[in-house]
Design a protein around this ligand. Structure first.
Ligand code: TK8
Length: 353
């Protein structure tokens, strides 16, 4: 009997380094899928509740479907992701609070409504900073983006990278917006974000902040005349049913940030954290590519749906930018001039290439 127990202990002692070694080997091999299934020792049965505001059809929804597939595959089916779309768990702010409280595990909000928690995220809300996605990626995936993600843990959140919401365009029920003067008097729904509010006020519009899930009804009932979002959202939310005019303003690029509840994260093994992190990044890469494609397609669909679409000339965009500049300058001071300079230097680097 005694001998037997000793043997077992010995065996356990021998097996342990073996498992560690196996883990180390597959890490070095860089094959993420194998890492997950080769050593499921450090992986427990878990259910991850993940929610977003957009629909499953939206590129963000498709990104979540991909995230689910990847987590389940990498964990050998032990970690399950339960996706909730269309703000059924609440809007961006509410879901972020649920993560902080440990009631929900994952959400991927726009960064804009996070400014109430971490003001520096507002640097992404400055209008007309990025000319294209590549410039945005350089900032988000570089040192500046990481600095902001590093601020999340002290607010009970962990950030695993940025996904893409994209360039926002204006829709409204009144008239085409071709010049800065055309904003005058338009009641526009904005996200819950001061930079957006002040920028639209400066242009002469009448902005009001509102949670995403309330937008369609507000447009339909005429509580507001217009809203602004990337084309894929205008399509999947069917805003074209209640909005006649689409103006390609591309006035701001907004990212999504992949958030995990810190309470949940801290209870994960290193292996499980790695699975989550790799899945978020791989799904993010897929989501960005899909988003660009879908935005292009959406323009055609929105035209077919009968929206009257107008471009805004670079000259007019420049004028809009000038009008908004005092707002940008004011908030640059609030968020940290050094941080803003660092962001702009990153953009300049891409432009110089
Ligand atoms: C979805 C939102 C949305 C955003 C907005 O939860 O609120 O207008 O663009 O996509 O994050």
């Amino acid at each position: 009997m005694r001998m037997n127990t000793w043997l077992k202990r010995l065996a356990a002692g021998v097996v342990l380094p073996g498992v560690l070694l196996l883990g180390a080997c597959s890490d070095g091999g860089g094959n993420a899928t194998k890492t997950g299934s080769a050593s499921t020792e450090g992986i427990q049965e878990r259910t991850i509740k993940a929610g977003i505001g957009n629909s499953e059809k939206h590129p963000q929804g498709q990104g979540m479907v991909k995230f689910k597939e990847l987590v389940e595959e990498k964990s050998g089916g032990k970690m399950k992701v339960q996706n909730f779309f269309d703000a059924t768990l609440g809007d961006d702010q509410k879901m972020t609070e649920a993560l902080q409280a440990g009631m929900q595990e994952v959400t991927v909000p726009s960064t804009s409504p996070l400014v109430g928690t971490i003001k520096e995220f507002g640097i992404y809300d400055f209008p007309f900073v990025f000319n294209n996605e590549e410039e945005a990626y350089a900032v988000l995936d570089g040192a500046v983006g990481q600095k902001l993600l590093d601020k999340l843990p002290e607010h009970d959140l962990v950030g695993l990278g940025y996904w893409e919401n994209g360039f926002r365009n204006l829709t409204n029920s009144k008239h085409p917006v071709e010049t800065a003067a055309d904003f005058k008097g338009l009641k526009i729904r904005t996200m819950q974000n001061e930079v957006h509010l002040d920028a639209f006020s400066k242009l002469g519009a009448n902005p009001s902040p509102m949670a995403f899930s309330e937008v369609f009804t507000a447009l339909e009932t005429g509580t507001v005349d217009g809203q602004e979002n990337p084309l894929a959202t205008i399509q999947t939310q069917k805003y074209y049913e209640v909005q006649d005019y689409l103006s390609i303003t591309k006035h701001v690029y907004t990212p999504f940030v992949f958030l995990v509840s810190k309470k949940f994260w801290d209870g994960l093994s290193e292996e499980e954290q790695k699975i989550m992190s790799e899945a978020a990044q791989e799904a993010g890469k897929y989501q960005r590519e899909l988003n660009q494609k879908e935005n292009e397609k959406a323009l055609k669909t929105l035209k077919e749906e009968g929206m009257k679409i107008n471009e805004v000339t670079p000259e007019e965009m420049e004028k809009m930018k000038e009008i908004i500049q005092p707002v940008t300058d004011e908030y640059a001071q609030k968020f940290g001039a050094d941080l803003v300079d660092e962001m702009m230097a990153e953009v300049e680097k891409v432009r110089g290439k």
